[in-house]
Design a protein around this ligand. Structure first.
Ligand code: HXC
Length: 517
């Protein structure tokens, strides 16, 4: 064999060795646990034919605790770049078969390097997490590595989209990297995130709980809101990431991918005229309205398991991507509570950072009253919505379907918060508060002194409704641009969105605003 051929052979062998990660037994164990390997996940994520792995021959330099000379292929993380549905994306994928995907200094450096490349290329970054956390043998070097990862997550924030797939353990401080990213997808029954695990909690507080109950996908998606999407398995998680990317621009200087043909489909939808119940106290499912307003099959809900009284989703209108914030009257009558405020504010800020126009669909009876809400800081959390919408400079369009009361009406992006267009259906009730509450405050004595207080109260409520619970008082003051027939909503939104394509909204220079966190 010639020298060149020997070198080629050596390269082949080295590549084959790295491809095997922690070895056949570990790969089998990974499959037995219902997980794909790091390479298999990337193979599925990327388009065939365009993928480049970087730093595959990196070696750790640790010598403590028997680490000297220990062979850890690729140092337990695969990093690279390639095309996903034709668009450039950078990734890191932790390899659990190599020392449990634990994070040593070189492992962390690889991740940071690929994030730095994503930042410079202006391309999204996806991290697939499957790791036992800080590599215990590397001690503070590992912590230093995590610190750098968090630092880079922060640098990338608002510049390129960052998506985390939690497809294995992601415990302790490691969970802060997904938390710093824009969207977290977790595999049900497999992914787990917590700061302190069940054993630590048992020792500290005496509470007994399983790892799944503490940090599994369902609980992290529904209770804490840390997880945005629950996936059935690795393949499902990857499909969710691919779909999500299809709504996002590559970076903050670009617009999201448009499928617009330039033609506006001004379809009238008679069914919309029949969807709002006659009794203003009756709930209905807001999705029935959203599905009729936006392009069929394009609604992609975010955080569907969390704060269900607030809907946030991506959708398309005539092929253009929009971010939708809508109240859900079928849950808590659509009232805004702490979790709903946080959910909406975060989504609004994401859309604004990435040039995605915002559409609010409003039916909100107010902020949720209650001692728990007040003690929990509904004022501070609700203020995040006011702040996020006011600060957003992307096109902002609102449609008031039914109730729009008080501060919650403002928080859903009223004209005074900078909405560019506001339409109201004839069923809209834009007022300081609902008729029942208003009458109790204004006419307390009149009602008490009336011969039939109940009748008097009913009459006053009716009178208030006729005068105040309509869109016309707001329309008379220019707070509503148009009172429209529900069937024309899609046409209204289409024209509004087109007319705002070249919107400019320049604000005073500052380091950053101080959102009430
Ligand atoms: C070094 C680790 C490791 C770690 C796992 N391994 N975690 N090696 N450092 N953190 C190794 C194991 O020794 C084992 O090696 C192999 O990976 C697979 O692990 P198993 O335990 O056999 O797998 P499994 O039974 O599936 O359990 C997975 C696990 C468990 C739940 C993740 O390994 C575990 O509890 N690991 C420790 C988790 C932890 O305490 N991490 C530190 C958290 S603190 P062999 O050679 O046997 O194959 C932290 C701080 C970060 O992360 C702070 C950032 C700010």
């Amino acid at each position: 064999m010639s020298t060149v051929q020997q070198k080629l052979q050596e390269l082949k062998e080295k590549n084959a060795h790295v491809n095997l990660g922690g070895g056949r037994d570990k790969i089998d164990a990974q499959h037995k646990a219902g997980k794909m390997t790091a390479h298999e996940r990337l193979h599925l994520l990327y388009d065939q034919g365009f993928y480049d792995e970087l730093f595959r021959f990196i070696q750790h330099g640790s010598t403590s605790f028997g680490m000297a000379g220990k062979d850890l292929p690729a140092d337990g993380v695969v990093t690279g770049l390639g095309a996903i549905r034709g668009r450039l994306v950078y990734t890191s994928s932790q390899d659990f078969t190599v020392m449990g995907g634990s994070v040593g200094w070189m492992h962390a450096r690889k991740i940071c390097e690929i994030m730095d490349m994503a930042l410079k290329a202006g391309a999204p970054y996806i991290a697939i997490n499957d790791s036992g956390g800080a590599r215990i043998q590397e001690g503070v070097d590992s912590l230093r590595g995590y610190g750098r990862i968090f630092y880079y997550n922060t640098l990338l924030s608002g510049v390129v989209p960052q998506i985390s797939i939690v497809a294995g353990p992601c415990a302790g401080g490691a969970a802060y990297s997904p938390a710093l990213m824009d969207f977290v997808i977790m595999v049900k029954g497999i992914g787990k995130m917590f700061i302190a695990g069940p054993e630590v909690i048992k020792e500290a507080t005496g509470e007994v709980i399983s790892a799944e109950e503490l940090g599994g996908a369902v609980v992290q998606a529904s209770h804490s809101g840390n997880v945005h999407f629950i996936a059935r398995d690795d393949a499902d998680a990857i499909e969710i990431a691919q779909t999500l990317l299809s709504y996002l621009p590559a970076n903050n200087t670009e617009d999201p991918p448009s499928l617009s043909t330039g033609e506006l489909l001004m379809i009238e939808d008679e069914e919309l005229n029949r969807l709002v119940p006659d009794d203003p106290r009756d709930p209905y499912n807001m999705f029935e309205i959203l599905q009729r307003i936006f392009d069929p099959g394009t609604i992609f809900e975010v955080q569907s398991h969390y704060a269900k009284n607030m809907i946030v989703c991506f959708a398309r209108l005539n092929g253009r991507v929009v971010g939708v914030v809508a109240n859900q009257p079928a849950e808590k009558f659509g009232a805004i509570d702490i979790d709903a405020s946080d959910k909406a504010s975060r989504f609004v800020r994401f859309c604004n950072a990435f040039n995605i126009p915002l559409i609010s669909v409003v039916d909100v009876p107010g902020f949720l009253p209650g001692v728990e809400q007040e003690f929990g800081g509904i004022i501070r959390h609700g203020a995040k919505m006011l702040f996020s919408f006011s600060a957003a400079t992307v096109p902002k369009i609102s449609v008031v379907i039914r109730k729009a009361y008080g501060g919650a009406y403002l928080a859903m992006c009223a004209k005074s918060l900078g909405a560019d267009r506001v339409a109201a259906w004839p069923t809209a009730e834009i007022a300081v508060m609902g008729a029942e509450g208003a009458v109790s405050v204004l006419f307390k004595t009149d009602i008490q002194n009336a011969p039939d207080p109940k009748l008097k109260r009913r009459e006053l409520i009716e009178k208030y409704r006729e005068e105040f619970s309509t869109p016309y008082m707001a329309a008379a003051r220019g707070l509503v641009d148009a009172v429209i027939e529900p069937k024309n909503t899609r046409a209204y939104l289409s024209v509004a969105l087109e007319s705002l394509r070249s919107k400019r909204d320049l604000r005073p220079q500052k380091k950053h605003g101080l959102i009430p966190l």
